[in-house]
Design a protein around this ligand. Sequence first.
Ligand code: F6R
Length: 366
Amino acid sequence: EKGGFEHFMLKEIYEQPKSIHDTMRGRLLPEEGIIKMAGIWDHMEKFRNAKRIIIVACGTSWHAGLVGEYLIEEFARIPVEVEYASEFRYRNPIINKDDIVIAISQSGETADTLAALKLAKANGAFIYGICNVVGSSIARLTDAGSFTHAGPEIGVASTKAFTSQLTILTLIALKLGKHNGNLSNEKFMSLCYELESLPTKVEKALKTDALVQEISEVYKDAKNALYLGRGYNFPTALEGALKLKEISYIHAEGYPAAEMKHGPIALIDENMPVIVIAPKKGHYDKVVSNVQEIKARKGQIIAVVTEGDEQVKNIADHVIEIPDCSEEFSPILASIPLQLLSYHIAVMLDRNVDQPRNLAKSVTVE
Ligand code: F6R
């Protein structure tokens, strides 16, 4: 049932070209110039009139939510807040009738996320679900929603569910932007066509596997690791660090690269591996100067860059190349080598990759 792979996690990492394709199937129709999503379309007035969108989630799904904030604000210009479900539900949050609360959950069973939604519903908000498991508690509670259709995820560490969440959030943001007039038809179309080519690019990103395995060999005994990114790839950094923590038990932190100088830079020495997500788009030049600052303090740099990159390559100890893409889609591509890095390190350390200690696939306790 692992399809020839040693672990479910690796199988699921490799399934991503297909799972992302499945998330888009029947929805992304560039030839017709549309994105079809009944959950959004049937409630377009709600979305059009929404003063605010609040995304609630936990763990990896919360990281997807952070990318969702950037996507929805960018394409649809609707203010978005992203909250840990556990914090939201216990702090007497302000919820208005014209708020839309979106829950993101692979399992659809996470207790805190479910409770946050119930609270939002009780306060009159429109509640929307992004779940992977059809028929799950969250999916049943919500007013509307979109399934990610990534297929069953068995490995406790979320991989393909995460990239499908990013894909669905991209579709939602594009659809909202198109219908509320914030996104020109030209931009909408070019992004749709690019989205269509994403599974092929993910396929290419998977080809970094052998190189990532070599890099894993070098850093497997590290006691700490730092993940840095800016903009869309700040959440990618958080997610990369979480993957390393949960399956290899190596302490790791994700940080917005610009925050380094406000404290974490003190941690850098020759023993600190720093994983920098530095694709050519967005704030590339700023990331390059962050990379220089780390090198000046002798940090070991593993950089995820756009193929053909020269600038970061000249400074970094290792570079992992991913295909060129719009900044908005780069978290999906950059996450692939980060998943592989945590996977290989965990295997080399003889960890229980699919069932890490102290963790459960769905967290139904509060
Ligand atoms: C990390 C991981 C967890 C879950 C979190 C939320 O790899 O799997 O952090 O993302 O427990 O789970 P769902 O998405 O099922 O609500």
